[in-house]
Design a protein around this ligand. Sequence first.
Ligand code: CTP
Length: 407
Amino acid sequence: MNPLQGKRIVLGVSGSVAAYKAADLASKLTQAGALVDVILSDGAERFVTALSFASLTGRKAHTSLWDSDAHVVHVGLGEGADLLVIAPCTANTLAKLATGQADNLLTLTALAARCPVLVAPAMDGGMFEHPATQANLQTLRQRGVQILGPAQGRMASGLTGLGRMLEPGEILGHVRLASSRNGPLAGKHVVVSAGGTQEPLDPVRYLSNRSSGKQGFALAQAALDLGARVSLVVGATAAPLSTPTGAERTDIETAAQMAEAVLELSRVADVLIMAAAVADFRPRQVQAHKIKKGALPRIELEHTQDILLAVAEQRRRVGRPAVVVGFAAESEKLLENAQDKLERKGLSMIVANDISARDAGFAVDTNRVSLLLPGGVVEHLPLMTKSEVAEAVLARVVGLLAEVAGS
Ligand code: CTP
């Protein structure tokens, strides 16, 4: 489940022109299911209004300490919060946080809060690089505050440099990651492969498949949401997919490169989920020059390495990963073929999907899968989004890890 669901997040907004982007962040957090209490500094109120935030979050947006009906509002806001996010955080607010000043509702709340704190600095010119700001950042980092960004780019003054606030979508990713760290997969390392491989024929052509990569990326996000450390090994995807925040991504092209990356990571991982569509064949010879169209070429193929078989062999030697999940994309005899792969590849579970169905499989956002486990256990899941399939698969992975630990 989305780790932001039902979380209480205090969003502090200080006086930067980037405050308008904080409205988008407040909206995104609310849409993700969080209860967002916004505090605006006096400076922020010059750029944006409390009404905008109250409208977007459906909750009162707080401003002056003295306007509040509850005299301990700062303690109340900070105490019950799961996370405090300050975005944008000006150089001035940053300095106050570093020295523990508490002269407005935002800084008072920060001092009273005992939850994790994320800060997204936004400032102009050389202010970010100034030794005073750098020292303040260092102090905050040592205190466990997570600093997000800033990004390089054009600033309001027209100068280009380091100081732009991260985009709301990126901040949301970090907030989601920070909210998930105590999940049931905390301390576990999950490797996910995604996308298709490309097997070169000559400098311009390759053999590949229709994998979109979406199911693999959804699995990586679901594993992160449960607190795991995630390595994502990515081949070709139909369209560019943004890496889930927190995932360590390795890009590969060929089956051989994927084998190398997956075997290396699996050696120390707890879980491997092979969602990638690995090419089974590759051209025996890669031509150094483009094949001309004159005579029809005869292309001889050879088998690629079966990565899951190699993982099974390595697993017998090193005892890792504890759980290995495969996928079976079938256009006929779904359960029979999947059962065969489960046994042949020594898997803990296989996710079988019928790629002949129009609403499931490669190009679409939905999938209809069956989960097969050793001992003839089969679970048929209804048509779901790829994110829901990923959550269902990861829920079984948590159970499988517990079984391994208990045996
Ligand atoms: N797989 C792999 N290495 C390969 C090919 C596939 O590790 N060279 C993995 C896939 O990532 C998937 C599982 O094996 O998790 C099953 O892949 P699939 O293509 O369905 O099966 P194949 O073993 O290739 O068998 P076939 O093509 O005959 O169906």
